[in-house]
Design a protein around this ligand. Structure first.
Ligand code: C2E
Ligand code: CA
Ligand code: CA
Length: 783
């Protein structure tokens, strides 16, 4: 639901609520007022009705009095002349609208009756009325034969009281209607009294036939003396009862006056209709207005959202224009300046992302993009990529700091820019530049490379220092060595490594010497598979204890028989496994295998200390100590039966973690040996910090013992110094008797080499143990 719709809905809802509430309020107030007014009106009507009946009786009384003065009537009374009496009464009765006229004697006996000659014993039905009539005319409403009558009794004097004339005037529908027409009586009037065995039945009713009384009495209800509200046939009425003047001889007669609230509301209906029409018009106008306002409010917001989306997609061309001076206008202008700032920052970031800050040259990513673009545009054209390395820079940075290094790189960049010409120059890594030369073939590229070497061979001057940076260049050619930018960069890099390691300053990439050939990658996945399928073997090369002449140790060396390639020498896959991160699994496997072999030999009474080779990459595996101790306890092998061999460079690479892990291992009682000792740069001083107990002198030194006296001295000094510092010393690569004898002479502790045995599978190793030749050799040597 959009903001606009919600705002409009809110406005419309507010409008409708206010209108409806007003309507309800007005209606209920009006209705209340009407009911109150109706009640008052009913009160007035009730007394008016009473008065009207009195007027009738006055009129009838007056008329009957005229009759009583009639001489003929008086003489007829005197003579008891029935015929005259009857005709006189009838005449008068007709005039006043009476249904029955009677002449009643002072003793209450009926003397004449328009309904026929009365029996001599017939008495007047309403003695109380008669009593009152002796003095003055009196009247009462009575019920007689299911009808209501207004009985008016008038005295007749001749000159003394001789009797009373009673006129019975029917109070019927016609009379009520006439009364209604004459005054402000309500439309509904019901005259009620006894009829057909019921106490209350409608004896007559006015112009409106609504059975109000029935409703009033339904369920034992009472007749209300004061105006009351009731519902008849779904319509509201106000009703009030008027008790009529009565004779004690007649059951009571009453009049129910009712007033229709709905009818009273009728005049307001048209007002209500007009109101509703007004409301609808207002509502329509309100809806339109609400939508218009909502649109006005939401439009600038939507425009802002649209510009935000444009900015998101990188289009800064249209900045939002503040259309108004209100908050939204302020937001729009803030938005505009934000877009500007983003654009600026993005441009800066883009530049930084593609450029090196020190030299201001494009970086590797930018170079790659440029090469890619160039190759895509001219795929046929030859091109050369030169990777320029500065051999001495890492060392310069180490000794003189990064500031000097940065200035030097900056200076080199400037020099390169001068001679790069058409080529695109970039700073490829910390210590390397790249120059991409479109259109150059091998000969030209090599010539360019030499020019660059010349330019960079001039030493870098800083203050009174002159620093030789010794450049080397690797070249990759397109399309010969590849078309893709990343391939060219990598291959030029490989050529550069070769150049850096050789005397030759410029080297063109040679696929044969590339250690990163794709075949090597597949070799790695095959190694993983071999590990998974347990296709590797650990062979054991014996270590001869020169003090006892016994073989009491062995070095575990991995052997891989590849289905297609045959035996793959460890040197060709260990380094690769280290680079690709597979070495940890290999090491874990070797340790597990070595430990279980140690357990077996222990059980067979050949206790053997087994050495396992550990790589640099294993020394940041913080899990290693725990794994080894687990394996040892699973196989119930004492830690003294295990020796880990680490090269010096492995420890030098990551001194902190490595030392931490080595200490943990030493704390668990596992001995450590430094492998290939002598070829690395480590000093004894550094080794002292490590928990080492054995040195393995590298075979390069051992193998020259026989013919190079200088190397003899080195070996002797290592052995002596090693002993001095408390290390055991093992000589590796012992392959002749002479060397062995020399080693015994100088007190070397262990000898390992082809002279004793090469690395063997366990069963072959056991056979070597069994023939005990070396005990003899050892004894002879010792002797
Ligand atoms: P290394 O640890 O220096 O192992 C000694 C190497 O010298 C072995 O080569 C061994 O066969 C060889 N050797 C032993 N005696 C003589 C001798 O008298 N003359 C000559 N010329 N060579 C001798 P190998 O088995 O080819 O192993 C090469 C390297 O591969 C090892 O050097 C070690 O660095 C690595 N390597 C072997 N197995 C493992 C392993 O399980 N884990 C790790 N991380 N590296 C291993
Ligand atoms: Ca070794
Ligand atoms: Ca070694």
């Amino acid at each position: 639901m959009g903001f606009r719709f919600r705002l409009a809905s809110f406005l419309v809802a507010a409008l409708v609520t206010v209108q409806v509430l007003t309507a309800i309020l007005v209606y209920s107030v009006t209705r209340h007022e009407l009911i109150d007014a109706g009640k008052r009106q009913l009160g007035i009507a009730a007394s008016a009705f009473d008065r009207q009946l009195d007027e009738i009786s006055d009129r009838v009384a007056a008329s009957v009095q005229v009759l009583s003065l009639d001489f003929a009537l008086r003489s007829a009374i005197a003579q008891r002349d029935q015929a005259t009496l009857q005709s006189a009464l009838r005449n008068h009765g007709q005039r006043v609208g009476a249904a029955r006229m009677q002449l009643v004697g002072t003793d209450g006996r009926i003397e004449a009756d328009t309904l026929g000659t009365p029996s001599p014993t017939a008495m007047f039905a309403y003695p109380d009325l008669l009593e009152r009539a002796f003095e003055k005319p009196s009247a009462a409403v009575v019920a007689w034969h299911g009808r209501a009558y207004w009985v008016v009794a008038v005295p007749v004097f001749a000159p003394d009281l001789v009797g009373v004339i009673a006129a019975m005037i029917p109070v019927d529908d016609a009379l009520l209607m006439r009364l209604q027409a004459e005054s402000v009586l309500p439309k509904t009037i019901e005259l009620i009294g006894p009829a057909a065995g019921r106490q209350w039945a409608v004896l007559a009713s006015g112009s409106n036939h609504v059975s109000v009384t029935e409703h009033l009495l339904k369920g034992g209800g009472k007749l209300p003396r004061k105006a009351a509200l009731l519902v008849v046939d779904g319509r509201e009425y106000l009703a009030q009862t008027v008790w009529l003047q009565r004779s004690s001889a007649s059951p009571p007669v009453a009049a129910v006056l009712a007033y229709s609230v709905d009818e009273a509301l009728q005049p307001f209906r048209s007002v209500a209709t007009a109101w509703a029409a007004l409301l609808s018009v207002g509502l329509i106008a309100g809806v339109l207005g609400a939508f218009w306002i909502a649109r006005r409010v939401s439009r600038p917001v939507e425009q802002l959202a649209a510009s935000a989306r444009r900015i998101e997609s990188g289009d800064y061309s249209q900045s939002p224009t503040p259309a108004s001076h209100d908050e939204i206008g302020a937001l729009a202008s803030a938005f505009g300046s934000m877009a500007g700032a983003i654009q600026e920052r993005e441009a800066r970031i883009l530049f930084q992302a593609g450029h090196d800050q020190v030299t201001g040259l494009p970086n590797r990513i930018a170079a790659e993009a440029a090469i890619r673009q160039e190759r895509a545009q001219h795929p046929q054209k030859p091109a050369a990529l030169l990777m320029i390395g500065l051999r001495r820079v890492p060392e310069i940075i180490k000794t003189m700091g990064h500031d000097v290094g940065d200035r030097l790189m900056h200076d080199a960049g400037v020099r390169l820019q001068r001679i790069a010409g058409e080529g695109s120059l970039a700073r490829a890594t910390d210590t390397e530049f790249s120059v991409f030369l479109p259109g150059q073939e091998k000969a030209e590229a090599v010539a360019s490379a030499f020019r660059i070497v010349d330019a960079l061979s001039v030493p870098y001057q800083e203050a009174d220092l002159s620093l030789d940076i010794s450049p080397a260049i690797g070249i990759a050619l397109a399309p010969e060595h590849g078309d893709a930018a990343n391939v060219l960069l990598r291959r030029a890099g490989v050529a550069l490594i070769t150049a850096l390691d050789s005397e030759e300053p410029v080297v063109v990439y040679d696929p044969k010497t590339d250690p990163h050939r794709p075949e090597r990658l597949s070799l790695m996945s095959e190694l993983r598979e071999a590990l998974d399928r347990d296709q590797l073997q650990l062979h054991y090369q014996p270590k001869l204890n020169l003090a006892t002449g016994l073989i009491d140790g062995a070095e575990g060396l991995v052997r891989w028989h590849h289905e297609r390639l045959g035996n793959v020498p460890p040197d060709s896959f260990i380094a690769l496994a280290e680079e690709t991160g597979n070495i940890r699994r290999l090491t874990r496997w070797a340790i597990a295998t070595g430990i279980s072999q140690a357990q077996r030999w222990n059980a067979e009474q050949h206790p053997m200390r087994i050495s396992i080779n550990v790589s640099a990459r294993d020394l940041d595996d913080v899990d290693l100590p725990r794994r080894i101790s687990e394996l040892l306890s699973i196989h119930r092998v004492a830690p003294q039966h295990i020796l880990l061999e680490v090269t010096e460079s492995a420890v030098m690479d990551q001194p902190d973690t490595a030392i931490g892990i080595l200490r943990q291992l030493a704390d668990q009682g596992i001995d450590l040996a430094i492998d290939d000792f002598g070829v690395g740069q480590s000093s004894f001083a550094y080794l002292r910090q490590l928990p080492v107990c054995e040195l393995k002198i590298d075979k390069v030194f051992i193998q020259r013992i026989a013919d190079a006296p200088a190397d003899r001295t080195i070996v002797r000094s290592i052995v002596e110094l090693g002993h001095h510092l408390g290390y055991r010393v093992t000589a590796e690569g012992v392959d002749n008797m002479e060397t062995l004898e020399y080693l015994v002479d100088i007190g070397c502790d262990y000898a390992q080499g082809f002279l004793i045995a090469k690395a063997l599978p366990p069963d072959a190793f056991e056979r070597v143990l069994a023939n005990q030749d070396w005990v003899k050799v050892g004894r002879r040597v010792i002797a």
